[in-house]
Design a protein. Sequence first.
Length: 261
Amino acid sequence: MAMRTSSRVDYDAIAHLYDGQPYRGKTVDPELLTFMAQRASSDRPSILDIACGTGSQLVASRPVVPDARLVGLDRSLGMLCQAQPKPGDIAWVQADAAMLPFQPECFDFVSCQFAFHHVRDKSGILCAVLEVLRHSGRFVMRNLCPQECPDWLYYEYFPQAHTVDLEDFWPPETIVATMEATGFSAVTVEREHLRFEQDLRVWLDSVRRRDTNSQLMAISDTAYEAGICRLEREMADKSAPQVRADHLCLLTIRGDRGGDG
């Protein structure tokens, strides 16, 4: 398969809608809290969020690191324009994640949340992150793991989404092996399996707004419409279940830059 030259999703086109979507609210990043509690240096901390989108994570985390230098980076100018007016004294930078426009060893903590699959050059971003991390700095990636939740209802009703995600998302073992080969130390993986009940009527209302989920935006119109039609048929069938079990697997992968470089 030929390498893609751009993200499957045009975030510039939906930037003005993004913060109004469900589940976009952010709280303080617990990984940042853990890192700061363990950090020995008294120097001013420097924090980078890659693929920061509209910046909500950095804004939410600002109160717990009031003296830190915060930088949000994204390829989408539209998303950064939504971030710009937000409070928090945060620098917003438009750039490709695999070509970080920063000096070596200038960040203590780098995060990338639910975006690694959008990056074309995944090895490149890992090399770039290691280069900008200070010694004893940490990189934390959080994302969906499609390999371990094929029963997610999005994949059942929109099966093309699973095919696309298996192409775009590296398995956790590949991420870990590449991070270790790149030079990260103490690489760890944490899996979080979320099991819950999904009210299909509520969910149908949600998926009818296609921009609320990148999986829906990445598939063809035909595949999207087929899933919507199937849901509508089932909702019209009074004997069909209205509530179904659902399952999502989330990954947190951490890696440090060793003190010896």
